[in-house]
Design a protein around this ligand. Structure first.
Ligand code: KOT
Length: 832
């Protein structure tokens, strides 16, 4: 057993291929060694988790040579390092992805089988790191994959939440949240770097002193100091021999601070202190939009931004003593405004701690930082009550004021006498309570500001950031989101990946424009039938999971119509429901109606405090209960709520879809990325002209996309002219029938009051225009039904979707960030 240790060590010194030892026999040996030395278990007594841990450690060992070589880049003065600052990284399980990206899948599978186990069982054992809410966090994870694949030196910086996004249970149709104990059985992928740790100050006040030379020195005297410790996770690029770094910070008590000299009484006080310090990184806030005034949330943001910037400065100083050149070492991307304290913190570190003058510090701060906006929803724009900000970050408030003073001077020089503009652009909101506006801080402190889809960027320039666009249009650009084809096709949909590679070769994995070569197979009947075979197998796998988790049997031959994403009114899961209710009524009224059988599948979490979203989940489950039990629609309609939608479940769900529901009110969804995952896996989309749907439709062709609804301009116009949802209700009897059924108590065992808040909301407010788009949506769904009856034609459209989705690889997005924003050279692909 000793051999493995020796072999692993010698492989490096002997200058062999550092990933040798990945054959089946070597893997078998390595797994047994880790079972023995790491897990301290005999094979006969090992649990599935023991085997999972042993395999994962064996895989991790084999990633270390590339990793250590990659980390070396941070010392190389010639290479700029991309630093992606994000409060969320929704990674999903590591094991399968690492096996795919490193090319060790077959060896691992065979080794595991030689031990009498099955790889799929071990893969299922992993608790996914759900360190994000949804799209924004998952995007960060896709970008890490692409950065490593494209061999760009990079670090993702974030928070090591002890509890990630809650697990969702469904009880009596309602969402129930339970704690996500993802670290319960240990995390084999992270390495704790106790020696990489920084102190972070909080609270207190500032004092001004003159030092011996008469220079003004600013001292921040905090009431609290917390330590941040680095936990590193390797991110394997796809066959790139580069392994990227995800560095997450865990908060701890500073031993020296309160543990120095304690007697029995103070011991407990010191432990309290430890509890408070450790609470900073305890739990992810489960909201897709900020809750106002949560001190702990601000503390989380500051904590991870400060640790990350201190770490970057340390790395920079290893290269050069000149902090004026910090922007040549790092390009720092802020994932929305959650890390936007970086603007003030970098200024503080440079000016207060490293003695740079204000102007020099400001120049380097701005040229280092860039800001990505992910939402236009006004309620999601972060702002912090001034008093709360002052209490936690007294020095930063002074810095924000100074940035603001200088900035507003510039504004008034550019727009003399325009007081209203000055008030809008100020970093401080003063109308009705005072707030620090984080989007304004991020915009002023960045050299680049981008939206995440063409339409979103245009609307940003016209609405929430219009003043900033008018003053500095050169800062604005668009980078349309993308998703990684490694996790979202190769790993999730091996059947499809294999069929594609058989037909056009494997290059599409890193060069997805090659998928276009599939177009000529769209007229080959045997290819189309193989294509359908893959989809059918994926649908059968999903049907089995649905039966296991919900007890509902669904027909894999039916049209799988799927909407999975966070539950939010702007995403309009309730519009989908209105369609279901209408079909239900139509079939009951006319049992001979020609409607191809459909299975409607929903999934998604609601923010625990978002009442209406939770009521929508309850309504989906209530409709499901009635429809699924009604013999008159048996074999024709099924409705399912798939509990606990997360990355793991997504990998099962996206590949099984026939129809992808992307039905947000136009102008509200910044981009969407689920839309891309579905289409890349051969689903057709029914959608509005919103977010990246617009570009998906452009790429796949309008004849291969089911478009409905008002566009963003029409939405604005209708709202402006006065929108009366009640009129749509009165004028459309089928809509009335659907809403009345909900109102009647039909889905709530006669309790007519249960869904009243939802019905009232629709009839008297309907902020997201579900009723206005209802008829158009229904007509479009009829086109879907007609198309699905012609299976051959449907398959052609499905192939063409995949063939034309190359644009939406996150590799393309990352290349655009490199060119337009980071000024990082794109390196040629790794020679295979
Ligand atoms: C959450 C809180 C504040 C600001 C923004 C958000 C946010 C936005 N969270 N997720 N998003 C989504 O980000 C995705 C990636 O860009 C987009 O595809 C999606 O449309 C956003 O809703």
């Amino acid at each position: 057993a000793n051999n493995t240790v020796k072999t692993a060590a010698s492989s490096h010194t002997q200058g062999h291929d550092p990933r040798r030892g990945v054959g089946t026999a070597a893997m078998n040996r390595a797994i047994l060694d880790h079972l023995h030395f790491t897990m301290a278990r005999l094979p006969a007594l090992a649990s599935r988790n023991d085997w999972y841990m042993a395999l994962s450690h064996a895989v991790r060992d084999r990633m270390l040579d590339d990793w250590l070589a990659s980390l070396h880049h941070f010392r190389n003065k010639e290479l700029k390092v991309v630093s992606y600052l994000s409060a969320e990284f929704l990674l999903g399980p590591h094991l399968g992805n690492n096996l795919i990206n490193t090319g060790m899948w077959d060896a691992a599978r065979d080794a595991v089988e030689s031990l009498g186990l099955r790889l799929e069982d071990l893969l299922r054992q992993e608790e996914e790191p759900g360190l994000g809410n949804g799209g924004l966090g998952r995007l960060a994870a896709c970008y890490l994959d692409s950065l490593a694949t494209l061999r760009i030196p990079s670090i993702g910086y974030g928070i090591r939440y002890e509890f990630g996004i809650f697990d969702q249970l469904i009880r009596d149709g309602w969402q129930v949240e339970t704690a996500d104990k993802w670290l319960k059985f240990g995390n084999p992928w992270e390495i704790c770097r106790s020696e990489i740790a920084y102190e972070v100050k909080m609270g207190g006040h500032t004092e001004y002193h003159h030092d011996a030379d008469g220079r003004l020195a600013i001292v921040w005297l905090p009431v609290k100091v917390i330590k941040g410790v680095a936990y590193d996770t390797p991110i394997a690029g796809y066959r790139s021999r580069i392994t990227g770094l995800l560095r997450l910070w865990k908060s701890e008590a500073v031993e020296s601070f309160n543990f120095q000299a304690f007697n029995a009484g103070e011991y407990y006080h010191a432990v309290d202190e430890k509890v408070v310090s450790e609470s900073i990184t305890k739990v992810l806030y489960p909201n897709d939009e900020p809750g106002v005034g949560k001190l702990l949330r601000l503390a989380q943001q500051y904590f991870f931004v400060s640790c990350s910037l201190q770490d970057m400065i340390r790395v920079h100083l290893l290269r050069s003593p000149r902090l004026e050149e910090f922007d040549q070492t790092f390009a720092v991307q802020m994932n929305d405004t959650h890390p936007s304290l970086a603007v003030a913190e970098l200024m503080r570190l440079l000016v207060d701690e490293h003695g740079l003058g204000w102007d020099a510090a400001w120049k380097v701060t701005r040229s280092t930082l860039a800001y990505t906006n992910h939402t236009l929803l006004p309620e999601a724009l972060e702002k912090w009550p001034l008093q709360l900000f002052a209490n936690l970050l007294p020095r930063h408030l002074e810095i924000v004021y100074e940035i603001n003073r200088r900035f507003l001077d510039e504004v008034s020089r550019a727009y003399p006498g325009d007081q209203a503009r000055l008030a809008r652009m100020s970093l401080i909101e003063e109308t009705g309570g005072k707030f620090v506006r984080m989007a304004n801080l991020a915009s002023v402190g960045s050299h680049a500001i981008n939206g995440v889809a063409h339409l979103h960027t245009e609307l940003l320039k016209e609405t929430v950031l219009a003043d900033f666009y008018q003053m500095t249009p050169e800062k604005f650009c668009n980078v349309t989101n993308g998703v990684t084809p490694r996790r979202w096709v190769l790993l999730s949909n091996p059947g499809l990946a294999w069929l594609i590679s058989e037909s056009i070769g494997e290059e599409w994995v890193t060069a997805p424009e090659k998928l276009r070569e599939l177009e000529c197979f769209a007229s080959d009947p045997s290819f189309l039938s193989a294509w359908r075979g893959v989809k059918d197998a994926n649908k059968r796998a999903l049907a089995a999971a649905i039966l296991e988790r919900t007890g509902v049997a669904v027909d894999p031959e039916s049209l799988f119509d799927i909407q999975v994403k966070r539950i939010h009114e702007y995403k309009r899961q309730h519009l989908n429901l209105l369609h279901i209710l209408t079909l239900y009524h139509r079939i009951k009224r006319d049992p001979g109606a020609q409607i191809p059988p459909r299975t409607f599948i929903f999934g998604g979490k609601a923010a625990p405090g978002y009442f209406m979203a939770k009521l929508i989940i309850k309504l989906i489950n209530s409709v499901a209960e009635v429809v699924n039990a009604d013999p008159e629609v048996a074999g024709r309609l099924k409705v399912v709520f798939f509990p606990d939608f997360n990355v793991t479940n997504g990998q099962l769900i996206y590949p099984a879809a026939d129809l992808s529901e992307q039905i947000s009110t136009s102008g509200k969804e910044a981009s969407g990325t689920g839309n891309m995952k579905f289409s890349l896996n051969g689903a057709l989309t029914i959608g509005t002209l919103d977010g990246a749907n617009v570009e998906i439709r452009e790429e796949v062709g309008e004849e291969n996309f089911f478009l409905f609804g008002l566009n963003a301009t029409e939405v604005q116009a209708l709202k402006k002219s006065g929108y009366h949802p009640g009129r749509f209700y009165e004028e459309d009897w089928e809509l009335r029938e659907a809403i009345d059924a909900v109102r009647s108590g039909l889905f709530s065992h006669g309790d007519a009051g249960l869904f009243q808040p939802l019905v009232d909301h629709l009839l008297y407010d309907d902020e997201y225009l579900a009723l206005a788009d209802y008829r158009s949506y229904l007509e479009c769904q009829e086109r879907v039904s007609t198309a699905f009856r012609q299976r051959e034609l449907w398959s052609v459209k499905s192939v063409l979707n995949v063939a034309r989705m190359g644009k939406f690889s996150s590799d393309r997005s990352i290349r655009e960030y490199c060119e337009k924003i980071w000024k990082v050279p794109i390196r040629p692909p790794f020679p295979h």
